[in-house]
Unconditional design. Structure first.
Length: 82
């Protein structure tokens, strides 16, 4: 009954604005338990500079061997100097 750290088939980081998914920023397959860091550059999935505004990162974890995915959403805001 103790929590376990299990490997994942995939972790995906998606860029979201409002209710629209803009695309995938990162996808890592065959993920072992541990800590992972992803740098956010202020650019979208196609490489273009993101405009000022509110966005979110949706992190989706897919377990090995099937089962339900787990996801978390992290909001952030881009502010451009005037």
């Amino acid at each position: 009954d103790r929590p376990q750290l299990l490997p994942l088939e995939q972790i995906e980081v998606q860029l979201v604005r409002g209710t629209k998914t803009l695309g995938s920023l990162a996808r890592v397959r065959n993920v072992l338990p541990g800590r992972y860091t992803f740098g956010i550059t202020g650019r979208g999935p196609a490489g273009g500079r993101l405009p000022a505004g509110t966005f979110a990162l949706r992190v989706i974890a897919t377990p090995v061997g099937g089962g339900d995915t787990d996801q978390r959403t992290v909001p952030f805001t881009i502010v451009r100097p005037r």
